[in-house]
Design a protein around this ligand. Structure first.
Ligand code: EPZ
Length: 428
């Protein structure tokens, strides 16, 4: 089993560049199936969730070629299977985007029902509501979601919950439906806009992505396209917190400052200096930092995927902080592991309170999910002594070469590994 081993204490310095956005890449790779053609996608992050989704579409007959480490050519002219097995879904929930994409192009798809995960139950009722509103029949049988339609017809769909996944899946299934589809109360995350922009570059007619109302005029056919994925908002936020928690001075580059506003504002409130310059943010921090209150919300609010990282930062700030998680019902389970490092965080339902401690102690801990794993790395960077993190596979799901990037900023971090060849990319 691989581990990350960190000796804390170094203040991070220098520049780190952000990779492509995982949550945009997953929607875009699924969307490529809508084209009876070939797409070339650039700035694809080298993270395991992307690798798994590519395996899943290759299993459907799609030809995929890596032109370089971050550029993928997707030829979806010959899709010969419309069933996505549990083997893939059980690894990543976003395989459910294949449900919308295959339904949108072939009026038929069958995908294993995604289960819950450590952060919550995560139902897909809004996805199904959207497919049914467009005229599909959706059946749940033997753990499979089966969607079929004679014809998909545009209509008005009101989302009862602001859902990233449902918004993207409805866009995927509506772009070739007959007539106009209107999505009310959609999610507005940057990756929603990126998937819509890619779909429009393939010939779709989507307006209003990123606003409270999305309008989609169905088109007959979609073609291949060349596209570049946006930088990852959450990876960028994670490195901004890494700079702040170590009292460092880091330029986080290749990001879109607008996407970082909620995170920058909270860091600023804590006394961290965040300076914007073109597509970079310079983050400079001197301790002690001030405790603040944070509530996670759909975009443009404070992202839930930054909650664990922010909570770790607040656990060493001066004064009280209250963190409220409003998106997922079980997103504080990682705190039990952090207790081993001497944090003082009290969890009560979807709220956590901390008064801050002066120092964390290095310890052996186990990642419980992707973002919790990243938060544990941040804790290790500032802790006294050595921290050993298990279940690193969670972190590799969404962070590209995390230890290399951190080492380039002066962190003392290594990966204890069996020197595994990761197929498409090697660890050096
Ligand atoms: C996406 O998950 C992201 N995953 C998550 O990031 C992120 O935490 C989440 O959006 C919120 O921003 C990907 O993009 C692959 P939702 P998703 O549908 O689409 C409820 C990461 O770390 N809901 O917006 O699954 C749901 O239970 C991951 O990169 C329903 O009730 O999230 C949740 O409480 C973790 N019914 C809320 O809505 C539905 O049909 C928001 O979920 C759908 C969702």
């Amino acid at each position: 089993m691989e581990q990350l081993i960190i000796n804390g204490g170094a203040a991070l310095h220098g520049r780190v560049d952000i990779s492509g956005a995982k949550n945009a890449a997953l929607g875009i790779i699924a969307a490529a199936l809508l084209a009876d053609g070939v797409s070339t996608i650039e700035n694809v992050p080298c993270v395991n969730d992307v690798r798994v989704l590519i395996e899943a579409i290759m299993d459907l007959g799609v030809k995929v070629e890596y032109l370089d480490e971050h550029t993928v050519k997707i030829d979806s002219r010959k899709v010969d299977k419309l069933v996505v097995d549990y083997e893939h879904i059980k690894k990543i929930r976003a395989s459910y985007y294949l449900l919308g994409a295959l339904l949108g192009r072939f009026n038929r798809s069958e995908v294993a029902m995604p289960g819950g995960c450590n952060i919550g139950q995560r139902p897909i009722d809004q996805h199904i509501k959207g497919f049914e509103a467009l005229g599909a029949t959706v059946e749940l049988e033997h753990g499979m979601v089966k969607a079929t339609a004679d014809k998909l017809v545009g209509t008005n769909i009101y989302l009862d919950v602001v859902s990233v996944g449902a918004t993207i899946n409805i866009m995927l299934s509506a772009v070739m439906a007959e007539g106009l589809t209107v999505i009310e109360n959609p999610a507005k995350e940057p990756h929603i806009v990126d998937v819509a922009n890619y779909l429009n570059s393939m010939g779709a007619d989507i307006k209003g992505a990123g606003t409270d109302l999305i309008k989609i005029h169905g088109v007959e056919k979609m073609h291949g396209s060349e596209y570049m994925i946006i930088p990852d908002q959450i990876e960028a936020g994670t490195y901004m917190v890494a700079a702040a928690i170590t009292g460092g001075d880091v330029v986080v580059g290749n990001l879109i400052p607008k996407h970082m506003e909620a995170i920058s504002a909270k860091l600023h409130e804590m006394g961290v200096e965040v300076t914007e310059e073109q597509d970079t943010l310079r983050v400079t921090a001197k301790h002690p930092l001030k405790g603040v209150n944070v509530k996670t919300l759909p975009y443009p609010g404070f992202p839930t995927d930054m909650q664990p990282q922010m909570t770790v930062l607040l656990s060493i700030a001066e004064g009280p902080s209250v963190i409220t998680e409003s998106i997922f019902e079980n997103r504080f389970s990682y705190v039990d592991e952090l207790n081993r490092m001497g944090v003082k965080i009290k969890v009560d339902g979807n709220t956590a309170r901390t008064d801050g401690v002066e120092m964390l102690q290095g310890a052996e801990i186990t990642a419980t999910d992707l973002r919790a794993g990243a938060a544990m790395v941040l804790a290790g960077l500032v802790a006294h002594g050595e921290t050993v993190i298990n279940h690193v596979d969670f972190i590799d799901r969404g962070y590209e070469f995390i230890e290399h990037k951190l080492r380039s900023l002066g962190a003392d971090i290594v990966r204890k590994t069996d020197d595994v060849d990761r197929g498409m990319f090697k660890v050096v």
